[in-house]
Design a protein around this ligand. Structure first.
Ligand SMILES: [Zn+2]
Length: 291
């Protein structure tokens, strides 16, 4: 669950878009004009939805670029988005506020619904990473459920064991290490996630664990969607590892290779992770078996 598509290069159209530039400047002016991070009425600031009477959300115009890179799939849960829902342009770094998840109350999927019950924030910081609101490398395509029900404005940081209640307001000049996997980033989910045959998901690392919790990747609807694929793959991988026939190994390797390609319609990230986890081989080694 989760495929490393790798970074998507910024387009000239985005780079030279006048409304993007205008919104970027307007947001910067708004935030730098705040005194003590309060708006003119002394309240916590809310992210400006309009600049000069124009909506700032021009990122939506570029959804197709991210959808093409991600083959229409949600960057977090790998569900096929395009064709069944509109899909969202998700901000990896939350632009408007930062929520810190209470690890004891991460919430659960409501029965037969996409809603989340019992999810609690340990703290809400009223200023987000506003300077990344119009940055190309802060976007990805996401399903509406991952974006608006689970990940929202949650954003875990390293180290996982720091008292998250003490987290400071995000600041431009402070280096932070996110604990959330980014499908358009440099971390391969293969190194961070693992599965049980019945469809449950585990973190191999703190980053994996935080990603699962933040995006609700353990939700029952995803567990049951993964189960039949894992069962089928396990049978194949067992045969691959024990067969004395080079041809049998090659055929299974070929099928696995195809199902782990970014344009494969169902869970190619899961296939790569489970292959590595079950056989101990990496993707390059599989590729050699195919050739
Ligand atoms: Zn999703």
């Amino acid at each position: 669950m989760m495929f490393q598509f790798g970074p998507l290069l910024e387009t000239a159209e985005f780079n030279q878009d006048a409304r993007i530039a205008e919104a970027r400047t307007g947001i910067k002016n708004y935030y730098t004009s705040l005194v003590d991070h309060k708006d003119e009425n002394g309240n916590d600031p809310t992210f400006p939805k309009k600049i000069n009477r124009r909506d700032v959300d021009h990122w939506g115009k570029f959804k197709g670029d991210f959808s093409a890179k991600q083959h229409g799939r949600c960057g977090y849960c790998e569900a096929l988005v395009i064709g069944s829902q509109n899909g969202d342009v998700e901000h990896y770094y939350p632009k408007a506020e930062v929520r810190i998840l209470d690890p004891h109350n991460p919430g659960r999927e409501a029965d037969h619904l996409s809603n989340v019950s019992g999810r609690k924030s340990l703290r809400v910081i009223s200023t987000g990473y506003w300077w990344k609101a119009l940055e190309w490398d802060n976007y990805l395509l996401s399903c509406t459920v991952c974006n608006s029900k689970w990940k929202k404005n949650f954003f875990p940081l390293e180290p996982a064991d720091q008292p998250q209640e003490e987290r400071a307001r995000p600041a431009r000049n402070v280096q932070e290490v996110p604990l959330l996997l980014n499908p358009l980033g440099n971390e391969d989910p293969v190194n961070h996630l693992a599965y049980e045959l019945e469809g449950t998901i585990h973190g191999r690392t703190e980053m994996g664990l935080a990603t699962i919790q933040t995006c609700g990747l353990w939700r029952p609807s995803l567990v049951s969607a993964r189960r039949p694929i894992l069962v089928r793959l396990k049978r194949r991988f067992d045969e691959m590892m024990t067969s004395h026939s080079d041809e049998v190994v090659r055929i299974h390797a070929q099928a696995t290779f195809e199902e782990g390609q970014p344009d494969w319609p169902s869970f190619p990230g899961l296939t790569r992770i489970f292959f590595n986890q079950t056989t101990g081989m990496n993707w390059n080694e599989l590729q050699q078996l195919v050739n």
